[in-house]
Design a protein around this ligand. Structure first.
Ligand code: SF4
Ligand code: SF4
Length: 84
């Protein structure tokens, strides 16, 4: 399975929580301690167990385009056969 990680632009986040709802693995949480410069408590990536698959559902859900997704796909172990 692919592995992923995300980066959240916390300065642009408005704390709407849509990304936390969209993530099927529950690896995005809302900050409760540190508001950004606009006064919102931003979303944070919290994936100590490496559950993120890089599916990008969070990025699609974010109305402010705050999330960048990085996805690592395992290398093929078998050569691809050419169609004849
Ligand atoms: S890329 Fe997918 S698994 Fe990773 S944080 Fe976003 S929604 Fe969750
Ligand atoms: S969807 Fe975007 S704006 Fe809303 S909490 Fe997540 S990162 Fe912030």
């Amino acid at each position: 399975m692919a592995k992923g990680r995300i980066e959240i632009n916390e300065d642009n986040c408005k704390g709407c929580t849509l990304c936390t709802i969209a993530c099927p693995h529950g690896v995005i949480v809302m900050s409760t301690e540190r508001p950004n410069a606009r006064g919102y408590y931003p979303a944070m990536f919290s994936d100590a167990e490496g559950k993120c698959t890089g599916c990008a559902l969070c990025a699609v859900a974010c109305p402010d385009v705050c999330i960048t997704v990085y996805r690592q796909v395992p290398a093929r172990t078998q050569p691809v056969e050419a169609a004849v």
